[in-house]
Design a protein around this ligand. Structure first.
Ligand code: HEC
Length: 129
């Protein structure tokens, strides 16, 4: 065996071990619960013009731009209980069109970090508590 071969196989074994450690580590996925107060600040800047400061989906842009269907009512407990967090995350990040919903719901995946989306989800949930 040449030294080169030994090194290559050692590297391969290390790579496999590293991949196993990565896959098993919960720290890699975003699990932190969102901060509703931070989410509110983000929503005031990016969302209330359509979703309304009361979360009812009646922000000024809805009438001004004739947005139809309008955004949903975040205070409707029954409706909101049918939307798991993953749906809220997907529509916020990918926008309505990607999910066969209204294309007037913009995609924020490039503008907001995953942690900021968590904050927004926590804020959205405060309306149906
Ligand atoms: C230009 C208007 C507009 C803006 C700005 C906007 N939305 Fe929406 N959003 C919509 C519309 C319209 C829908 C309804 C999509 C449908 O049901 O077809 C929607 C749907 C949603 C939904 C699915 C539940 C619901 O309300 O129907 C979530 C969650 C959501 N938006 C979050 C956000 C967040 C968070 C922001 C800000 C980061 C935001 N939206 C900004 C228009 C907007």
């Amino acid at each position: 065996m040449t030294p080169l071969k030994i090194r290559a196989s050692t590297i391969a074994r290390l790579a496999v071990a590293f991949a196993v450690v990565l896959a098993a580590s919960p720290a890699i996925t975003v699990r932190a619960a969102g901060d509703a107060a931070a989410g509110r600040a983000l929503a005031l800047k990016n969302c209330v013009k359509c979703h309304g400061s009361d979360g009812k989906g009646d922000g000024p842009e809805v009438a001004a731009r004739h947005i139809s269907p309008p955004p949903g009512d975040w205070t409707d407990k029954e409706d909101m209980s049918e939307h798991p967090d993953v749906f809220l995350r997907n529509i916020i990040e990918q926008g309505g069109a990607a999910l066969d919903k209204s294309p007037q719901m913009p995609a924020f995946g490039k503008k907001l970090t995953p942690a900021q989306v968590n904050d927004l989800i926590a804020y959205i949930r405060t309306f149906s508590k």
